[in-house]
Design a protein around this ligand. Structure first.
Ligand SMILES: Nc1ncnc2c1ncn2[C@@H]1O[C@H](COP(=O)(O)OP(=O)(O)OP(=O)(O)O)[C@@H](O)[C@H]1O
Ligand SMILES: O=P(O)(O)OC[C@@]1(O)O[C@H](CO)[C@@H](O)[C@@H]1O
Length: 309
């Protein structure tokens, strides 16, 4: 079974308006309420790709209830731990630019965290555990490390998609897949990554530290995949960008969905890129038909040391 874990879910209140003026009253044209948070997005896209998963994490209040009901209505299984305070609402403003306002993570008790660890203890060999989204620093790093250690011990495929200091703390956990975007990878090494060549250089460092697959996503410029055996570059298909929120999560879902079906890393990467781009071209996350229409438009090529990128 695939488990996604969103410690910090959200309702993504997504608004569209022709232009946004800071410090002024702005009126929106279209608004959407989506359940959000990276692990939740991974579960939603897996579901659309006909792959089952169970969404874990913390959720509470009227917002937490909305998220759980929405997911269940879509057919995503959930098993959240109830928090006392309402889950955050993240505001996504789509105007001349894309701006985001993300709330803080939940306050959790020792008992609630223990409850999550008990769920992880029940995982079995060949299950997947996708820990995705921000990991609040109100929770000790040792807790996330304990989750990662348990996964490693039980031969569970541990997928990590987080950022900031939590990513630094978890980088040596021998994950199956880590998917930073270029900025998150840069932050990890206290540098700025502008080119695929630079992304490859730093991704290789992660592979040397025991991560099996490192995918660095680079928005409209595609992504790179680095494993012990190969380096692949992907060009993203072109299209009209509508909402890139969740594009990276869709990449992770597409990769997992294809990998569980065929265990072919290259094809999983291709399917992941198609899924990420299919989401960027929609208001909500991608549907399977969108992904299928884009797969053949994804260009992959191996990286040669002398390539000028
Ligand atoms: N403008 C775009 N045009 C085409 N494809 C895109 C575009 N933006 C993103 N994608 C696709 O989605 C993938 C992931 O995008 P990105 O690097 O923006 O992820 P991210 O920063 O992790 O996003 P998020 O955190 O919102 O999920 C890219 O590798 C690409 O395939
Ligand atoms: O604040 P975090 O946890 O880093 O990111 C949360 C978030 O921006 O990421 C998802 C897109 O990847 C959205 O659904 C959600 O609002």
């Amino acid at each position: 079974m695939i488990y996604t874990c969103t410690i910090t879910p959200s309702i993504d209140y997504t608004v569209y308006l022709p232009s946004f003026h800071l410090g002024k009253l702005n009126r929106t044209e279209e608004v959407y309420y989506f359940p959000g948070g990276k692990g939740i997005n991974v579960s939603r896209v897996l579901n659309r790709l006909n792959v089952g998963s169970i969404a874990l994490g913390f959720a509470g209040g009227f917002t937490g209830q909305f998220i759980q009901e929405f997911l269940q209505d879509e057919g995503v299984q959930t098993n959240f731990i109830e928090t006392k305070e309402p889950t955050r609402i993240n505001v996504k403003i789509k105007a001349n630019d894309e701006s985001e306002l993300n709330g803080p993570g939940p306050t959790t008790t020792h008992e609630q965290r223990k409850e999550l660890l008990v769920k992880v203890e029940k995982l079995e060999s060949n299950d997947w555990f996708v820990l995705a989204g921000s990991l609040p620093d109100t929770i000790p790093d040792a807790f996330y490390q304990a989750i990662a250690r348990l996964c490693y011990k039980k031969d569970v495929r541990f997928v990590l998609d987080t950022s900031g200091s939590a990513l630094k703390q978890l980088i040596d956990t021998k994950a199956f897949l880590v998917k930073p975007n270029q900025h998150e990878l840069g932050d990890l090494f206290d540098t700025t990554i502008a080119t695929k060549k630079e992304a490859i250089y730093y991704a290789k460092k992660l592979v040397r530290r025991g991560i099996k697959h490192v995918i660095v996503s680079m928005g409209g410029n595609g992504a790179i995949l680095v494993t012990e055996d190969e380096v692949l570059l992907a060009e993203a298909p072109k299209g009209q960008v509508i909402n890139t929120v969740g594009a990276g999560d869709s990449l992770v879902s597409g990769f997992i969905a294809a990998y569980v079906k065929k265990t072919d890393v290259k094809e999983a990467f291709r399917y992941g890129i198609a899924s990420g781009s299919a989401t960027a071209f929609r208001t909500d996350l991608c549907e399977q038909k969108d992904v299928e229409a884009l797969v053949s438009k994804v260009t992959l090529y191996p990286y040669e040391e002398e390539d000028v990128i």
